[in-house]
Design a protein. Sequence first.
Length: 408
Amino acid sequence: MKKITKMTTIILLSASLLIGCNSEENDDKVTLEFFSNKPESMDFYESLIEEFEEEHPKINIEFEVPPEPVTVMRTKLTRNKLPDIMSISGDSLYGEMGREGFLYDFSDSDLLTTIQPTYLDMLSRLVGEEVDGNYGIPYATNAVSVIYNKDKLTKYNLEVPTTWDEFIQVLQTVKDNGEIPIYYTLQDAWTAMPSWNAIASNLVPKDFNVMKTNGETTFQESYQEVAEKAATLTEYGQRDIIGVGYDDGNRAFANGEGVFYIQGNWVVPELLRINSELELGTFALPATNNPKENKLISGVDATLAISEATEHKEEALQFIEFMLREDIAKRYTEDQKAFSAIKGIVQEDEAFEGIKHHFENGSITSFVDHYYPNGLGQEGIVQEFYINNDIEQALKKFDSEWNKVIDR
């Protein structure tokens, strides 16, 4: 009996020593919460996290990709419990977080010298000119373009249009040959925005959001041509442009329905997954009749940010530095079919050959709706506009909803 008791004591002492050792090890290890709003990059981020943790054994990354990222982030803001590190869109929510002091200021960091100034400017405009500081690092960028089926353009002996009138003429030729010129997926409201942005970003003043908020202009004054051209394009869609959703539209276009698809670069991997034999090309939507004025719509798809309140800024910065390494950033660009905000890293995929020169010569402009205030509900307004085809009603609603949001 005494032997059993003695043995039990030895086991308990050994266990307590092990627990003590493990506890000490855990105390030495820093855990960082990393939040991303892009489920499509989840697997790739997980592989990068594993690689980072191998290089930094004293740092553990807890990764979160919630299904409703904006809602989750707003909840965290309300509770003042932001993740240590974030990969978020460069949009109005980012601007709000920067203005309110929730994000770490990178202004004194040498990391900014590696970033293309155009994208730094986009983020600065989101925060507002009245606020000094750089509260995020542009990492991955995107682009909305007209994606087209190369085989079909060759079949009808058509050239890539460079003006609005040429584009309409090409669309009409395709329609006359019994094809669907543009495939729409407006059952999902967010897919109403790519074509709206591509037109508006080329026609509306860059500072429209400031002018509108200051009462210096309205949608009814500044967006008439935008709405007219957006409505014109829908005349070249399939019979039921509202009845098809994004996933079904991807399958249809990948399998040969439609000649043009106005979407972001993010859809290309999905189209090629469905049909690996598909030959794709891209060009910037020519919103005007002056080729020199037609810019590519590009925005900051992934902004790397750090919570100002984190207790582990040094470790968080180590992760940001890891992400900005040339080899890592290039792999992200290749895996996600994205573009990079980092100088010298280019997207080599042949599908994007037609828009490559826009990045090279700086002929790009941002998404207008990134500067719309949170809660405006632009996706629903534009979707409703496409359903009713009532320009006056849509622009009045934009004006009234904007005023409601600003007056809250």
